[in-house]
Write a protein that binds this ligand. Structure first.
Ligand SMILES: C[S@@+](CC[C@H](N)C(=O)[O-])C[C@H]1O[C@@H](n2cnc3c(N)ncnc32)[C@H](O)[C@@H]1O
Length: 274
């Protein structure tokens, strides 16, 4: 049974990196009118209470998005900043499927997977009236493949497991590999934590071994006495990252890293394959 609840971590520095990358990719893909199929294999509950017990318990929101200065937000992330601000004013933080739903257009579609018995119904209720969106309370690793390739459209896939099961690290590789070979021009974004023992490294090595198109890796590394929890670094691996986005992210995180309240914050962007 799954026990991870994203409400404890919503709006932390990991979400900040993940959602900034996601928003920028969506904005870039929207430059063309062709429809986009957005697939979120691990969607979560969709909307989180930042004034409640979960956020207070970890303090991750306060140390992440809660510490950003929106009046001095980087131009490259204005769309994400404005969207987030509108939710923060209601003491809420939007998850990846809600960010995507807000940014995507009428001609786009969203396929969301969420297995948790509490989160899946919340997600279904949140999007019950949006005809662009299908929520499946099933395994996203398995649900991804039949949705690809997409005819006459672009695909954006976010794979964002909680990694609470050790098998997630190998399931990511199996599922991403099959999906990539079905649609080599899709944009695939994978989130990962950097924790003790570095279990993400063999996973990333396996992915790098089969990808033969543009591949970028972004990491946000924070150091501070006050950090609660074991994760001090977080990353995103993106296959077929749209042009100019790495430059935009580098610029944007030059400002963001100064706003985060840690002793040391480092953003890195590495092109693994061009
Ligand atoms: C990190 S959270 C997702 C956060 C969300 N993507 C966001 O950015 O707002 C991971 C979610 O995946 C769910 N989950 C875990 N294994 C899953 C699987 N195999 N298929 C679908 N959902 C899964 C968990 O219940 C959890 O809600």
């Amino acid at each position: 049974m799954l026990s991870y609840r994203h409400g404890y971590h919503a709006g932390g520095f990991a979400d900040l990196l993940k959602h900034a990358v996601l928003s920028l990719i969506i904005e870039y893909l929207k430059r063309k009118p062709a429809p986009i199929r957005y697939i979120d294999t691990h969607a979560g509950g969709g909307l989180y209470d930042i004034g409640g017990e979960m956020a207070a318990k970890t303090g991750e929101f306060a140390q992440g998005v809660g510490s950003l200065e929106f009046e001095d937000f980087p131009a490259q992330l204005q769309v994400y900043g404005r969207l987030i601000e509108s939710y923060l004013s209601q003491e809420r933080y939007p998850g990846s499927p809600l960010i995507a739903a807000d940014l995507l257009r009428p001609q786009d579609e969203l396929k969301l997977f969420e297995l948790h018995s509490t989160e899946a119904p919340r997600l279904q209720a949140l999007f019950a009236r949006d005809s662009r969106i299908r929520v499946s309370p099933t395994n996203g690793f398995l649900g991804l493949l039949p949705l690809l390739p997409v005819q006459h459209a672009r695909a954006l896939v976010l794979i964002d497991p909680s990694y609470e099961l050790g098998a997630d690290y190998t399931d990511v590789v199996t599922s991403l590999k099959a999906a990539y070979f079905r649609m080599r021009n899709g944009v695939f974004a994978l989130w990962y934590p950097v924790i003790d023992g570095a279990p993400h490294l063999p996973m990333l090595d396996s992915i790098k071994a089969f990808v033969d198109s543009k591949l970028w890796q972004f990491e946000l590394d924070v150091r501070d006495e006050s950090i609660r929890g074991e994760m001090s670094s977080t990353g995103m691996l993106v296959i077929n990252l749209p042009w100019t986005l790495a430059t935009d992210l580098n610029e944007a995180f030059r400002t963001i890293t100064q706003q985060l309240p840690f002793d040391s914050v480092k953003f890195s962007a590495e092109c693994m394959l061009d």
